[in-house]
Write a protein that binds this ligand. Sequence first.
Ligand code: 16G
Length: 241
Amino acid sequence: MIDKNSPIPIYHQLEEYIKAQIDNGDLEPDEAIPSERVYADMFQISRMTIRQALTNLVNDGYLYRQKGKGTFVNKKKVEQRLQGLTSFTEDMKERGFTPGSKLVSFEIIPSGREIAERLRLSENTPVYEIKRVRLADNVPMALETTYLPANLVKGLTEEIINQSLYQYIEEKLSLTIHEATQQIEASIAKEQELRLLEIEKGSPVLLILRTSHLKDGTPFEFVKSAYRADRYKFVHTMQRG
Ligand code: 16G
């Protein structure tokens, strides 16, 4: 439990204790954790130490605070493997979540310089710009803005993009999705991301830029997404030599 003679700081021991309780199910997602007072009495430690531990756990995404209500256990982060080119719909189904989308905007625009470059088009070529909040069991996970050449990925409708885009491209358009390159970097959520992802001011997000290609090398999508850093971790395997 907590060993005051240990060289490991007490706040760190308390963090480990709470993490273990989350892991073994003694504390469940969305359950309120005991008050500072309870921990103080239980372990005979100061409120300051407890606050330090709880703040670290909030910052690491294990707990979340709700103003005036208390501190609660967060859901486990989704472990997203970086091998394999999968769609959001496939990823969520594999984990037993119900995938969903909330459409924010959907239009055809002339490609600007960045989009034209990414999709290897000349400037002002018509592209679809689709902004969707991606949901897992109705919880917002990511905000995605997708650009697709309108004369390649033809015939998109609201109904189609409320489902799986990749499924439409492969099954209805019979195009072969082949490979993608993506970059991931950390950022603080901007105004629109805060609102649509239902996260608090100052929350971190993972920004992902992905360009995906068909079998013949043609880029068919460029996607800018903001993933909730409290809901995602990215995992991959590396080989030496
Ligand atoms: C993933 C992809 C995105 C793709 C989408 C299609 C990233 C990081 N990931 O979210 O590129 O457009 O899946 O999902 O951009 P869908 O088939 O469920 O619409």
